[in-house]
Design a protein around this ligand. Sequence first.
Ligand SMILES: C[S@@+](CC[C@H](N)C(=O)[O-])C[C@H]1O[C@@H](n2cnc3c(N)ncnc32)[C@H](O)[C@@H]1O
Length: 214
Amino acid sequence: MEHGPIRTYNARRGRRSQLTDSRLKTLLPRYAVPPLLTGPPPGAERLVVEVGCGHGDAAVAYCTAYPSHWLVALDVHPPGVARMLAAAGAAGVTNLGAELGDAVEFLRTRVAPGALDAVHLFFPDPWLKVRHHRRRFMSAGTLDLLAARIEPTGEVLIATDQLPYAAHVQSVVAAHARWQCTIAERPTWRPVAGFEAKGIAAGRPITELRLTRR
Ligand SMILES: C[S@@+](CC[C@H](N)C(=O)[O-])C[C@H]1O[C@@H](n2cnc3c(N)ncnc32)[C@H](O)[C@@H]1O
């Protein structure tokens, strides 16, 4: 039996709603991302990628708080991306790029070395079962990839409501030659929404982590 690459997401099936389809068809082209990201677009100061943006609450809030930055938000989940695009349109956000697809593949093939200032990873799928740990986004391999794509003074911001995932990040980073991990302040611009709101409602503490180069 052939095995494909390890996916960090759940390949959800099911029909897309008409609303999702029509939002993606009309709005996705407005937020198109160039074939290769080489740095902030003309006039922008920083280039940020958000991995697994879900419904895009953090992405839209970031773009509103930092109009001089450009943020590319990625997710494989069509209804989430469609909802983000509708919210971005309603908020008048123009410094957002969006794509429906695998962020690992995107970072590998669509981002030039050192092109990014930051990567955001908010409430990644925790993959709590031991046999699923290898599906976690944060791994030695993605840390190598992030080191290649983020410029040397750049950062990775991570938030999670899963203590085992926070411990996992701290341990893979401790074993990595190029990144260090510190507990960070909660970014004031990020709204309490999506999976953070679910985690808080369930009584789980939120851990904020910041990765910088050693
Ligand atoms: C637990 S949800 C969190 C969504 C959102 N960040 C939030 O805080 O509400 C994790 C999201 O990451 C997405 N995801 C996981 N791996 C991904 C990958 N390799 N590329 C793009 N999206 C991914 C999933 O589809 C899912 O929408």
